[in-house]
Design a protein around this ligand. Structure first.
Ligand SMILES: Nc1ncnc2c1ncn2[C@@H]1O[C@H](COP(=O)(O)OP(=O)(O)O)[C@@H](O)[C@H]1O
Ligand SMILES: *[C@@H]1O[C@H](CO)[C@@H](O)[C@H](O)[C@H]1NC(C)=O
Length: 297
């Protein structure tokens, strides 16, 4: 019997459940990134919806996932709205400041209230833009209920609680995060393989390290040899949120194609993320299912 059969009939079941952040992105487009103490002119500004949690949720939804966020939206005097001032230069590179604000107020009681929705999901996705202890609780609730978990340790913290590794099915990070967590400099497929091995040693079942324009490297306990998945060569306009597009797409595949090899899921997630870098904005750049080649589905 599935868990959902025990729920009151008005409880809605979601397939991809994200326990994470919502932020307001304040994006300035400039010729280059400013140096310390410098003021430069930008040529465009926009306000967008962001936050790693919301971004990943939106990308999964745009591919067709029935998805939800556990974020308990409400008003409070105790913190500001989470904001992310972002600068994007003409090469599409970015520099980002995050002030998590109200995202840090999400607590374990909120998760308790959401525990049925978490336990009935096909996939639960977490990051580190809310309090780490709350993130860990979410992963534990999911894992205990037999729900697949994706953990994106972003932004990375060097002294991550080792329990995170054990509660995670797919540990998905970028080069910087892999380096902070393992102390191994990641700048190539080979070094990503070394960092991936170190993460497997810590207790992860599968590890994906994304390598920007290079694609990604995948390793798992049963296939310890690093598997390199190149990405399509495209002209990057704005890479902000590419990693979130990848994670959201991965969540979609894990929820709806449970028999697909993780390798194939990563390849498709790479393709989807490489579409997102070809237009401006974060969520604004995430493709919908109808805009993508049908071979991806
Ligand atoms: N310049 C690029 N060209 C093509 N694909 C890209 C580019 N940058 C990122 N991607 C895609 O987005 C994924 C995540 O990018 P990455 O930069 O590693 O994440 P993050 O946004 O966390 O830094 C990559 O694995 C790749 O598929
Ligand atoms: C990896 O993601 C973090 C945000 O968590 C970002 O600060 C960093 O620049 C990214 N690294 C690369 C190489 O893109």
């Amino acid at each position: 019997m599935s868990l959902s059969e025990h729920l009151p009939s008005d409880t809605v079941v979601y397939d991809v459940v994200v326990v994470g952040s919502c932020m307001t992105d304040l994006v300035s487009y400039t010729p280059r990134l400013p140096k310390a103490g410098e003021t430069i002119h930008g040529h465009k500004f926009l306000i967008g919806f962001g936050g790693k949690g919301a971004n990943q949720c939106i990308q999964a939804a745009r591919l067709g996932a029935k998805s939800a966020m556990v974020d308990y939206v409400g008003q409070t005097d105790e913190a500001s709205t989470g904001v992310a001032p972002i600068t994007v230069n003409d090469e599409g590179q970015n520099a980002i400041v995050i002030v998590a604000g109200a995202n840090l107020l999400l607590n374990s009681e909120d998760l308790e209230q959401a525990s049925k929705v978490i336990g009935c999901a096909k996939v639960v996705v977490c990051q580190l833009e809310i309090r780490p202890a709350v993130t860990l609780t979410a992963l534990k609730i999911a894992h205990k209920a037999g729900v697949k978990t994706i953990f994106n340790p972003a932004p990375a913290i060097a002294d991550l609680d080792p329990e995170f590794y054990k509660e995670t099915d797919v540990f998905c990070c970028n080069e910087t995060e892999a380096e902070i967590l393992t102390g191994i400099e990641v700048c190539s497929v080979a070094s990503a393989g070394k960092a991936g091995s170190a993460l497997l040693e810590k207790g992860c079942r599968s590890v994906i390290i994304t390598l920007g324009a290079e694609g990604s490297v995948l390793m798992s306990l049963d296939k310890r040899t690093p598997h390199y998945i190149p990405t399509k060569k495209v002209k990057a306009v704005d890479t902000t949120g590419a990693g979130d597009s990848f994670v959201g797409a991965l969540a979609f595949y894990m929820a709806y194609y449970p028999c697909m090899e993780l390798e194939e899921m990563s390849r498709r997630a790479c393709d989807i993320a490489s579409v997102s870098v070809q237009s401006q904005g974060t969520q604004a750049s995430y493709p919908y299912r109808a805009q993508l080649p049908q071979e991806l589905f």
